[in-house]
Design a protein around this ligand. Structure first.
Ligand code: BTN
Length: 242
């Protein structure tokens, strides 16, 4: 895969700007990195705060071959990030369904995937935000602790982390394109940070409590409820039940 990296000092959101570039025909493999995002976005309409000096925030445009089914795609992206961090030496990396990156029990980063349709077909805007080092001001603003790669004494320049994530994304997405999520499922399940733990799921169908199971071949999360039923969760938020 070829990547064409553009690095900006500041922009609203790398996802938003890359959407605009995709609409103008930007090529697959276009990458946009920003030191500062003034309107970083998270999943489900939330905002994403990051630290100019201690975070890596970027987006990748990936044009999918027409026949690829997208079930499990967001999990594949999370897996690629986890494997990239492991290739750099991180050992306590976990995945929280659908695609949060955890380190040692706390959130290290997130993924926001958006779809761009244009004359070139379907494109994915894969936005990734990772904490490289702690930032006290940011954590005060967030109101909760988070993880950073430095927790494992990994003090890596942003471009090194970026390179590792892009390399791994290229290989995971190629595999996804030819074999689908099935081929990646075991690797995802091996990193499931909440496996067996009591969780609360908020989804369109309401709130559910249960124990977190594996993911199914289509990427749905299996929730084991107290009534012996297995629910398949296809969208929503999962958190540790108090
Ligand atoms: C989440 O956990 O809710 C997803 C966070 C995704 C943040 C990244 S930072 C780069 C890209 N640009 C954005 O505005 N969001 C994503």
């Amino acid at each position: 895969a070829r990547f064409d990296v553009d690095w900006l000092a500041e922009c609203s959101s790398t996802n938003t700007v890359l959407q605009e570039r995709a609409a103008k025909g930007a090529a697959s493999g276009s990458v946009l990195v920003a030191d500062v995002q003034t309107a970083g976005r998270g999943r489900r309409g939330r905002s994403w705060l990051s630290s100019p000096d201690n975070s890596l925030t970027f987006s990748l445009l990936w044009r999918l071959p027409p026949a690829v089914r997208s079930a499990g795609l967001s999990l594949a992206v999370g897996l690629a990030v986890a494997q990239a961090l492991e290739s750099l030496g991180a050992r306590g990396v976990g995945l929280k369904w659908p695609n949060d990156i955890w380190l040692l029990g706390q959130k290290l980063g997130g993924v926001l995937i958006e779809v761009a349709f244009d004359s070139n077909g379907l494109g994915l805007i894969i936005g990734i935000g990772l904490n490289l080092r702690h930032d006290a001001e940011l954590e005060t603003q967030l109101g909760h602790a988070s993880a950073a790669l430095s927790d494992e004494d990994l003090l890596l320049p942003r471009e090194v982390v970026l390179g590792a994530v892009l390399r791994e994304l290229a290989s995971v997405l190629d595999r996804f394109g030819s074999e689908g999520f099935t081929a990646l499922r075991a690797a995802w399940c091996a990193r499931n940070a909440l496996l067996g733990l009591p969780v609360r799921v908020s989804s369109e169908s309401g709130e559910h409590l249960g124990n977190c199971g594996d993911v199914a071949a289509d990427g749905a999360l299996i929730l084991h409820t107290a009534y012996g039923a297995h629910l398949l969760i296809t969208g929503g938020d999962v958190s540790l039940a108090p």
